[in-house]
Design a binder for this molecule. Structure first.
Ligand code: HEC
Ligand code: HEC
Ligand code: HEC
Ligand code: HEC
Length: 130
């Protein structure tokens, strides 16, 4: 009897750890309210305001790869995405041979869409809020 109870508790422990692990990425995504990319090291500006979920709902962006894109052979792949991979894994602070530098990458992605839609901030202080 006791052995079986121990096995049951151990089993439940494993199950709970698996569940916690599975739920973790969802939490980290929902929790994003601003961006302070640690890749920059010593910062010049306050973090950029970006409430991930709320922003994408309001802006009605349906495809994750509008931002979390994936390139192959120099071309953007339409139906695949790179969420879970940081921008800085491909766009380096100092720039690379094949990708634009990190700050330029962020600014282009965020500002170009705001400009096209005539909605969303385009000045420094509107994004980098104290
Ligand atoms: C408007 C742009 C945008 C859209 C659309 C978007 N994201 Fe993100 N997301 C970001 C940015 C920027 C980060 C922070 C990336 C970093 O820190 O390098 C991020 C971070 C994340 C993270 C945290 C892990 C990580 O990469 O640091 C997850 C998970 C994620 N996004 C999932 C999603 C999913 C799923 C969708 C589609 C339902 C989505 N995102 C749509 C911009 C976007
Ligand atoms: C898996 C690697 C990878 C990840 C992750 C990635 N990029 Fe890119 N990105 C590229 C490549 C490759 C190009 C094409 C070369 C170039 O123009 O820099 C590109 C191009 C761009 C461009 C110019 C073309 C366009 O689509 O607008 C912007 C802006 C950009 N990336 C911003 C970002 C931002 C911001 C993030 C994080 C949300 C991000 N990228 C994540 C690889 C990546
Ligand atoms: C594909 C289009 C698109 C991209 C990419 C995009 N945005 Fe936006 N953003 C919008 C639109 C549309 C609005 C206006 C939404 C509304 O309020 O109706 C907006 C609004 C905002 C706002 C105002 C909402 C607030 O909380 O005050 C902020 C801040 C913002 N965006 C930051 C960002 C940042 C930072 C990025 C890059 C990581 C980004 N956006 C990328 C479309 C986009
Ligand atoms: C649409 C929003 C947006 C606007 C407008 C914007 N930025 Fe950014 N900026 C970002 C995002 C997103 C990042 C990357 C996330 C972060 O803050 O670490 C970034 C990063 C930076 C960084 C690197 C991090 C640091 O603090 O050292 C600097 C510097 C910067 N921006 C300066 C500026 C200046 C100057 C302007 C005006 C000319 C400006 N930004 C306008 C969104 C914006």
């Amino acid at each position: 009897m006791r052995k079986r109870a121990v096995a049951l508790y151990a089993g439940m422990g494993v199950l709970i750890s698996i569940l916690t692990f599975m739920l973790m990425p969802a939490y980290s995504q929902e929790d994003i309210v601003n961006l302070a990319d640690s890749a920059f090291g010593d910062r010049e500006r306050p973090a950029a305001v970006f409430a991930h979920e709320e922003h994408n709902e309001k802006a009605e962006i349906e495809e994750c790869n509008v931002c979390h894109h994936l390139y192959r052979g120099g071309n953007k792949v339409d139906d695949e995405s790179s969420e879970g991979t940081n921008c800085s894994a491909c766009h380096y602070v100092e720039g690379g041979d094949t990708t634009r530098p990190l700050m330029k990458a962020y600014h282009e992605l965020c500002k170009s869409c705001h400009q096209e839609n005539k909605a969303g901030p385009v000045t420094c202080g509107e994004c980098h809020r104290k």
